[in-house]
Ligand binder design. Structure first.
Ligand code: NAD
Length: 310
């Protein structure tokens, strides 16, 4: 396993991170015993970055991850979030940051997290996040409940606005750098690097689009993007290539991303995604897959308040 330092922190994270949202049944029902085995296998194989949120499965993912980490907490870099609690339920106030942290710690069966992140800043008031949410998180850091603090979201504009206004340790963005899009690299990365902020890339499979199974029904991407993914999967199938492995390999190869989070709840996926680390992609196949995805490349959707859209 390769590890990279997350920005200016002392966290050395595996380049493949365990996205725990599927533990909250976000991508369909999960077998809790199998999910626990997946967590254990990932740890045994050197994956140390685990990312979760109270939002995933409305606390179910944190609860299951906390159970799975019992006795193994000290082997992982544990990241959770605050601010988002449901599809339409947000609270970025200082008092909720504090209660949310305490509730997460209970569910995760620990007394600190390595990274506490504001979840989906685009649904908040950016000024409130700068002036109230982040200072409250810094106080939790002073109390030893969170080692570092960061922000997450989909549109890049509010992430950049916050990063330029207040010191933060990390930025997590999703569906902004993979075979279907690259603006994380051109737009966000220079801002983060200038300030020594670590970058975590999530959803290298574009939340399921770059998989054989395809996107879940709730996927927000325009139809053209989902169809391009289906065509790429079909092409890979006929050429005996694993589209997911190729898509992940592409993300792992970004040298300045600390970790790429992949949503996993099955041992089979952990194994296959670890294999993706060890395999190289045939450049000709990659070229052809990129040509298939080209009509859908860099297409984004809107998320959050209008003033926060890119
Ligand atoms: P993803 O792109 O990682 O796709 C996950 C889907 O792919 C799941 O259905 C999973 O079962 C499937 N999958 C995983 N490995 C596979 C394989 N080898 N073959 C076929 N299918 C495979 O999307 P994601 O889970 O949304 O993102 C990864 C993680 O990033 C999340 O779990 C979460 O921790 C984090 N994330 C955070 C935010 C945020 O903070 N705002 C947003 C999105 C994602």
């Amino acid at each position: 396993m390769q590890y990279r330092t997350l920005g200016g922190t002392q966290l050395s994270v595996s380049i493949i991170g365990f996205g725990a949202s599927p533990l909250g049944d976000v991508f369909g029902a999960t077998d809790p015993s199998e999910a626990k085995r997946a967590v254990h296998l990932a740890i045994d194989e050197g994956i140390n970055l685990f990312d979760v949120s109270p939002y995933y499965g409305l606390t179910l993912a944190e609860e299951r991850l906390g159970q799975a980490l019992q006795g193994r907490r000290n082997k992982v870099i544990l990241a959770t979030k605050c601010g988002r609690y449901g599809v339409d339920s947000f609270d970025f106030s200082a008092s909720r940051v504090v209660s949310s942290m305490n509730e997460s710690l209970q569910r995760l069966r620990t007394d600190y997290v390595d990274l506490l992140q504001v979840h989906d800043v685009e649904f908040g008031n950016v000024e409130q996040i700068i002036q109230e949410t982040i200072p409250a998180m810094r106080r939790l850091q002073e109390q030893g409940k969170a080692r570092y603090i960061g922000i997450t979201g989909y549109p890049l504009k509010p992430l950049i606005r916050i990063a330029e206004a207040v010191p933060i340790d990390s930025i997590l963005t999703y569906c902004r750098y993979n075979l279907l899009i690259d603006d994380m690299d051109s737009v966000l990365m220079p801002v983060a690097e200038k300030r020594g902020i670590g970058v975590i890339n999530a959803s290298g499979l574009h939340m399921g689009i770059l998989t054989e199974h395809g996107a879940p029904d709730w996927h927000p991407a325009p139809r053209e993007v989902r169809e391009a993914g289906r065509r790429a999967a079909e092409f890979c199938r006929t050429h005996g290539v694993d589209l997911s492995a190729m898509a992940l390999r592409y993300c792992f190869d970004h040298p300045r991303v600390a970790g790429t989070l992949v949503g996993m709840s099955k041992t089979e996926h952990v194994r296959r995604n670890l294999q993706a680390l060890a395999t190289s992609t045939d450049p000709e196949i990659l070229h052809q897959v990129r040509a298939i995805l080209a009509p859908a490349f860099n297409q984004v959707w809107s998320s959050g308040h209008r003033e926060n859209h890119d």
